[in-house]
Write a protein that binds this ligand. Sequence first.
Ligand code: PMP
Length: 290
Amino acid sequence: MTITTPLDQLSGDIWINGNFVKWQDAKIHILTHSLHYSGGVYEGERAYRGKIFKLEEHVERLQNSAENMLLKVPFNFYEIIEAHLEILKRNNIDNAYIRPLIFRGSESLNMSNKMLSSNLMIVAIPSLEKLQKDLNIHISKWRKPHPDALPPQVKSCGHYNMMIVALEEAKALGYDDAILLDWRGYITECTTTNIFFVKNNQLITPIADAFLNGITRQTIIKLAKELGFEIKEKYIELNEITNYDEFFLTGTSAEVKFVASIDINGNKKNFEENKITKLLQQEYANLVHK
Ligand code: PMP
């Protein structure tokens, strides 16, 4: 596979509602409810040398997301774990990006209808080595929804509607990603990653009350504490960013990535340092490959 191969042209098996379905046959009907109205929930996981990192945490979050979005999960925790292991083995992939998705079926276009099914699919896609490039980021004009509008700890497809818009806009303007602010104007996260700044031996990260408290974020906080760094979770305003020496992003897919510059309403701040980021990148790599 090359990076330009469209995903839907790969081969292998995809796990759908307890069955292995051939990649090319893994189709849904055009009336699929979650396609029209969003409403699905999903996870993004990674397997390293055949082992899925933090699998239990991801499956718990998936179940919790489904429960919050009033989607019945058609399988229990252990069945979902087992399905993950089977799909890796079946496709014989050691290093993979794994995507479970729970979605409503195509039985009705009513917003709510008793006939509507809830479905689970799990796919494992071979991981491609991504090179660290200089990331240049700006501030999106879009804000994270208020926690009363969409629960922030839920990995619901709904959250990604505006994340896609924010990312498309950032790219059209020549940036690699965008930071979203919350309704108060505090920094939250980028479109698929959490945010950390570094100053001296301290890591500064926003309080996760309006955005996803990522599994990688929690892992990095624990790792950094073990390494003796002080962690400060606080509300961060835009005008503080110029004080910080390093800036990095965390996520299951992104892992740990340093940011080269940020454009704050026309003022560019460059981050020349990435010593602590590099150390944490290495420690994270050691952990996931254990
Ligand atoms: N924020 C958003 C919006 C994300 O999509 C992700 C990726 N799941 C993250 C943060 C990082 O979360 P995690 O470390 O659990 O992958």
